[in-house]
Write a protein that binds this ligand. Structure first.
Ligand SMILES: [Mn+2]
Length: 254
């Protein structure tokens, strides 16, 4: 029989907790996708915005997400390596995932060797340097001082504020995103030889519209989907060097 795997899975933008359509159903789809991962799965890369809002305190973590955390714990205990990139909605993970689930937090752009290939990975927010307003906002959200100040607001208010903020999200407002293909700022990032090191694959989330293309240097460029509508994620088979699109909406056997 032909050798298959090891496999590597890439998922982003589940926005767990976002109160749109059926949030619990969305979580069940994610859990089903994680449980259907082939036995030969070596690593799971969570590429940001898995949670619509995650903020942990020194002694307390948010309510909910029990099934997700349980499934991640089971995968981790089974020996699957799990990596987590902070998205623009779940920046505030400070050690709980690492301590409790053995998840390693990575910083974008992260270059890593998978099989014989080099991957460049990240959530994708802020890699487009032309969006100055967003970069300022990002600095504020990542600021240690402001994080400490936010921690001192009673969670009732802190989470209320965050949920209000989240209603500005286009996913919440039902507006559709569009993959801009070669016009995509992240595509320009992947093509820019002055800022990126050579890689065979670039994989990002954030844009909410799945798509792929090739850079002029021949690298595979991939944007993952969001989980309100399409639930598109990727599975990479290192033995055959193939990227497989999957959807949490129709899980089939590998
Ligand atoms: Mn997102």
């Amino acid at each position: 029989m032909e050798k298959r795997g090891p496999y590597y899975c890439f998922i982003s933008d589940v926005h767990l907790g976002l109160q749109v359509s059926d949030p619990l159903e969305r979580e069940r789809k994610l859990v089903a996708a994680l449980e259907s991962l082939p036995d030969e799965t070596e690593a799971l890369y969570l590429l940001g915005d898995i949670f619509d809002f995650w903020y942990e305190y020194k002694y307390v973590v948010p309510k909910g997400f029990t099934r997700t955390l349980g499934t991640l714990a089971r995968l981790s205990d089974k020996g699957v390596k799990i990596y987590f990139f902070k998205g623009n909605h779940d920046i505030w993970a400070f050690g709980y995932f690492t301590g409790e689930l053995g998840i390693e937090i990575l910083t974008q752009p992260h270059y890593t060797r998978i099989g014989e290939k080099t991957f460049c990975l990240g959530h994708g927010d802020g890699l487009d340097k032309s969006d100055r307003l967003y970069l300022i906002l990002r600095k504020i959200f990542h600021s240690k001082f402001l994080q400490r100040a936010f921690s001192n607001i009673h969670p009732r208010w802190a989470f209320g504020l965050a949920h209000k903020w989240s209603k500005h999200n286009r996913l919440y407002r039902g507006k559709l995103y569009k993959f801009r293909d070669k016009e995509e700022p992240l595509y320009h990032f992947a093509c820019d030889t002055e800022v990126t090191a050579p890689a065979d694959y670039f994989i990002f989330g954030h844009v909410h519209t799945p798509g792929n293309n090739r850079t002029p240097r021949g690298a595979g460029f991939y944007i993952l989907g969001e989980w309100i509508n399409g639930c598109e994620y990727l599975l990479y088979d290192a033995s055959s060097d193939t990227m497989i699109w999957k959807s949490g909406n129709n899980l089939s056997e590998y």
